[in-house]
Each structure stands twice: as C-alpha cells, then as structure tokens.
Design a protein around this ligand. Sequence first.
Ligand code: ATP
Ligand code: MG
Length: 360
Amino acid sequence: MIEFSSVTKRFPDGTVAVDALDLTLATGELTVLVGPSGCGKTTSLRMINRLDEASAGTIAIDGVDIRQHPVTELRRGIGYVMQHSGLFPHRTIGDNIATVPRLLGWDKKRVAARVDELIETVGLERDMAKRYPHQLSGGQQQRVGVARALAADPPIMLMDEPFAAVDPIVRKRLQDEFLALQARLGKTIVFVTHDIDEAIRLGDRIAVFGEGGRLAQFATPNELLAAPKSDFVVDFLGAEPQLKRLSLLPVSAAATIEAPLIATGATAAEATSAADTAATDWVLVVDGERRILGWHRVADYAADTARAPESFDAVVGAGDTLRAALGALVISPLGVVARVDADGRFGGLLAQSSLHRALS
Ligand SMILES: Nc1ncnc2c1ncn2[C@@H]1O[C@H](COP(=O)(O)OP(=O)(O)OP(=O)(O)O)[C@@H](O)[C@H]1O
Ligand SMILES: [Mg+2]
C-alpha cells in the first residue's frame, strides 16, 4: 500500500499545494483523486515518485519510507502517465514506449516484443510505432503514454488525467478497456481526473480534494454518493447522485418480486391463479425454455385463451446495471422489468420497490 502521513507540500513561493494529507491507498486497488483545478492532485502524484519532495510528513510504500532508497530504484517500480501525455517529441512512438525497458538494460529482441505487445494492449496499430508523437491525435498520444508507463510492468501506476484529451465516446471505450486490463493486471493505481463520472466508473475508492490541497472525503463511490460528508462534496458529485448509484449496482443486487408466469396454452383458471398469487391483473407468458413470449391482461385472457400475447420489451440482462433497469422500467407498461440470463431465459421480475431496496 501507499501511505501518506501528514504530508504537506509547500512550494518555495509559499503556495500550499497539499495540506496535511493522510491517505492510505490499498495494494491492487484503483484509487481516484478528484477535485477542482489547482487542488493538489498532480502534486500528490508527483510526491509518490519524488518528482516533488514532500515538505513535511512521510510517504511510505509497503511500510518503507520512499526516501530510504535511491530515487532511481523507487521509480523502477512506478509507471507514470503524465498529464498531457508528456511523450518525448523527437523519439518515435516505439522508442517512447521502450524508454524504461532500455534503461533497465533489456536486450533488443525483448524490448521490440514488449513494444509490439503494448501497442496492441492499448488498442493502437503496430505500424504507428514508427511515427512521431505529433503524427498522432491527442487521444492516441495519451494511449502511448499509458503503454510507456506499463512497459516494465511496474506494480504501481500513477496516471494523471490519462483520458482527458478524448471525446466522451472514445473515453468510455478507453475506460472499458482500461477496466478490463486492470482486472487482469491488478496493479496499484493512483488515477487523477476532473471528471466525477469517470471517477465513479473506475475507482475502487475516491479521494475528493478540496481547495488548498485538503482532503474533503475518502470513500468508495457508493459510500460517497450515498453519504457525502459536506456541501462541497455534494456539489462536486453533481446532479442525480441516486441515478449515479444505480449505475454502480448490477441488476443482480436487487431483490426480485413474485412473478405471475404462465406457460403457453395455460387455462384461464391457471392464469387467474398466477395473477392472484402475485397480486397483479396481468400475467407473463413463457415458453418451455422460460423465454418470455409476451403478456396478457387476465380478464382478456380469460375471455379468449387463444389470443396473441402483447409484446414485452422491458428486459435487462443479469450483467446490466440497475440504471439500465430503471430505463427499462419507465417504458414498461406493467411497471416491472424482467431479468433474463444470457440465453434469454426468465430470471425474475424487478419493480420500483426492488430499486428502492437496493439503494437503501
Ligand atoms: N512548481 C510550483 N511552484 C509553485 N506553485 C506550484 C508549483 N506547482 C504547482 N503549484 C501550485 O500548487 C497547486 C496545486 O497544483 P497541482 O498541479 O497539484 O494541481 P492539480 O490539482 O493537479 O490541478 P489541475 O486539475 O489543474 O491539473 C496549484 O495552486 C499550483 O499553482
Ligand atoms: Mg494536475
């Protein structure tokens, strides 16, 4: 873990960038630092790899003060993605990515193989290795920055607004790729962003910094949204915190309600009984594989059991979020959403009460 104990950074002109910071970042977790511009996020990162030295307090990694070892040794274990990518402009993309492996004295073959592998990992084309940074878009440069930081497979990654230069759609894709990568690599990551939605999506924990480099709150995304500690944090979290919480919870987190199910060809009495048990005036029809065929009002079905069912589209997969479930709920004519498995088989009904209970 990375442990800040009463860390203060005062620059020579008197600016206090970080003020008495106590923060413990767990190994293998992704901790996000968020907060308004100038609140000390970059400075906090730069103190971890000693590009800035703390003026007071200590930073320890796995219990060892970072000043105990030579700075080169410290940095070998830390990948750093700089704000605005920070690539060497006169070196090719390949040479940029190869920087640390070469410093470590890897042989040529191993370096070349690693460069190829990383270009692929961050979703760029292999022939881009020969280009120079100015021949790439801002978002592509940021990916190269990520590849360069990953090159020697360091256990710790410091990432300063790595996806800031890309549009929201590409950013969402990069975030997805990054989450998948992190699930595989399990690195200790300190990730800076301005974007609270990005923080909520990516972070295992979020440290919200306030003006003057003070920590306003440190919590999991769900805790932060459920119980913000101050008006400052509330403002920073922005509109619709409950919707944001729903987007963090999987459909599987919500309890299902009694479902009035009938099979094709059920009798009117069977339909009435299923509806009575679930306290509804409608039934869902499923086939032999429990796939939803549609729904009937019980009264209509009783009058004509041969009628075709109404279509039912309010369906979510087990891997969807409760926010998707809410989206399906508002267009559902029955006020319920059906959860289905990967093969489309019925797995339970959710109502507004299910979402309410999941949040409370
Ligand atoms: N070398 C320096 N000398 C004096 N003040 C500095 C120096 N570097 C940073 N600062 C000041 O320290 C404060 C924190 O800066 P820092 O770069 O850590 O902010 P940040 O949270 O990363 O902001 P942003 O979101 O804009 O990147 C700011 O007020 C900044 O002006
Ligand atoms: Mg910054």
